[in-house]
Design a protein around this ligand. Sequence first.
Ligand SMILES: [Mg+2]
Length: 223
Amino acid sequence: MGTLNHPPRAVVFSDFDGTITKEETFSLLMREFAPEASRQMIPRLLSGEVTLRDGVPAVLETISSSVFPTMEDRMREAPVRPGFEEFLSTLDRLGIPLVVLSGSIEPLLMATLHPYRDRIERIIAAKVDLAGPFLKVSSPYADRDELVYKPGVLQSFGSATKIVVGDSVTDFSMARMGDLVFARSILAEKLEEEGRKYIKFESFFEISNYIELHKKDLLGIEP
Ligand SMILES: [Mg+2]
């Protein structure tokens, strides 16, 4: 993890669901493909009675492997937040790698991000095994209560300037480690409550503009 050939000055760590995608695709998929397990589990996840690390696989593993291609089809159609493609161009030009982090499962992210795949340094998410009758979820990045423990991934990238992009409570712990944080929705509210500095965003155009304007501070590049 985190073994880039030439250590970059800055790295962007972005959440996927509700951050790169416009909608919370993962919970929509769970509700559609595992309605009963979702109905039982989601309140227990929200109340904190069950951790994401245990609760998400418990729901997913009620889903038949045979419907997984349909889930991937849904993700192929999932709309991406405006400005994402231009954001990738900005990062390319400035030599800033993008690492996408998600508590969802890897092939679902790949389905949405396929057109951009060669412009993304790493995609980090849980794994799925489709060999059996039902999905089988595993995660090499599980730690604490999380299926994908995002701060652990950030730490593995060492001393690069960490630019964090996210939208929900599961991004809070990585946002606390960020040198620069772009937040929307619940993450923005939570950072506001804690009096932490962040930049509010709704589209990737805003993030590109900010990075472009502050590239001297972030990368030592003259504007
Ligand atoms: Mg999210």
